[in-house]
Design a protein around this ligand. Structure first.
Ligand code: SF4
Length: 352
């Protein structure tokens, strides 16, 4: 698309009437205008499918029914409620933002889209969606689904994560946002991208935009949007020490930032050779290394981590500093904020 390409004036109308007939209407967060609830759903939905989010969303609100409840909770409680959803920086930022809203805005969710966008973990698109759904404000959104629909509909080349392409998409998205029915339009874009104009093979035959979609007309639905330029994903390796006194396992609190920040995980060393030395240095006692369990790969956005779980046995659990180090039974560990690979190891060893 270029500056001279016309924006179809019925784009929003078509999407809104499609949404009313075919869109999603019964999701738990659609029955509310409470900005705390809307915000929570938007953050959970950022990297997770709707079907998974529903149970987590309902449980989270049972645990932290109001924004002040969330702000007053400990980070451990918040991470435990998020455990299994992945991308834990979302939970840490949610918690931080709730505290910021209490301190800076007296507990009242801000209504200014700029102020919302500046809260931890909320960018311009999420802020726009929150303000549209909670306060009926007219703003454009530009999440992954919307980018895909716009790239295809207007035939825009270039990876949508590139600044120039993204700026172009924002400009179009702003022009398309209707003066009325912004909530239905915002939901329509999300629903269309999630159910019709999907990744891979889009369902053009049932799409309300099919008559004038450039990708469809030009047979480019499988090549648009342009994929991210390929680069090799780095490989890393780690050995997780499953140090047990026969009943409990040793878990360490990870540093507050970085991967799995603030969560409970097993001690790690670079190779099995370093395991016994770790126990001598950190626990002040020898530990017997048992045969390692089968290694497995955990994939992050930016690298692949090969994990070797190494069971170890100590005769007696030494006392530890409980702010950063805990001896937990497998059931207690499962109830704590632990990352997915730790949960997987516990399940394979203890069937929990
Ligand atoms: S016609 Fe097909 S490619 Fe175009 S917007 Fe609709 S589903 Fe997407």
């Amino acid at each position: 698309m270029t500056d001279s390409t016309p924006i179809p004036d019925n784009f929003a109308t078509r999407l809104i009437s499609w949404q009313r007939q075919h869109g999603r209407h019964d999701l738990p967060w659609q029955a509310t205008r409470n900005p705390y609830h809307v915000w929570l759903s938007e953050i959970m939905l950022q990297q997770t499918q709707v079907a998974t989010v529903i149970a987590y969303y309902l449980r989270f609100l049972e645990l932290f029914p109001t924004l002040p409840d969330l702000a007053a909770a400990s980070q451990d409680q918040v991470l435990a409620a998020w455990s299994g959803l992945g991308y834990y920086s979302r939970a840490r930022n949610l918690h931080k933002a709730a505290q910021q809203i209490m301190n800076v805005f007296g507990g009242k969710f801000p209504q200014d889209v700029q102020q919302v966008a500046e809260l931890p973990g909320i960018g311009p698109s999420t802020a726009a969606a929150i303000c549209a759904f909670s306060f009926g404000q007219r703003h454009a959104i530009l999440d992954g689904n919307v980018k895909r629909v716009l790239c295809r509909f207007f035939g825009i080349d270039g990876f949508p994560g590139q600044k120039a392409v993204e700026n172009q998409l924002w400009q179009i998205a702003r022009q398309l946002a209707p003066q009325q029915d912004i909530e239905a339009y915002t939901q329509a874009q999300m629903d269309l991208g999630a159910t019709v104009c999907i990744r891979g093979k889009p369902q053009c035959l049932i799409c309300p935009l099919q008559q004038d979609c450039v990708a469809r007309q030009q047979g480019r639905t499988t090549t648009l949007p342009t994929p991210r330029p390929k680069k090799a994903i780095p490989e890393r390796e780690t050995v997780m020490l499953l140090i047990s006194d026969g009943q409990r396992l040793l878990l360490l609190k990870r540093p507050p930032t970085g991967i799995w920040g603030g969560m409970w995980s097993f001690p790690e060393v670079d190779s099995t050779l370093a395991a016994e030395n770790w126990c001598l240095t950190h626990l002040g006692m020898a530990a017997e290394a048992l045969p390692p369990l089968a290694e497995f790969v955990h994939v992050f956005t930016h690298f692949r981590l090969t994990i070797t779980p190494l069971p170890m046995r100590v005769a007696k659990a030494p006392a530890v500093n409980e702010s950063t180090c805990l001896w937990l039974t497998p059931a207690e560990a499962n109830a704590a904020g632990i990352p997915a690979p730790v949960r997987k190891i516990l399940a394979s060893v203890h069937g929990t």
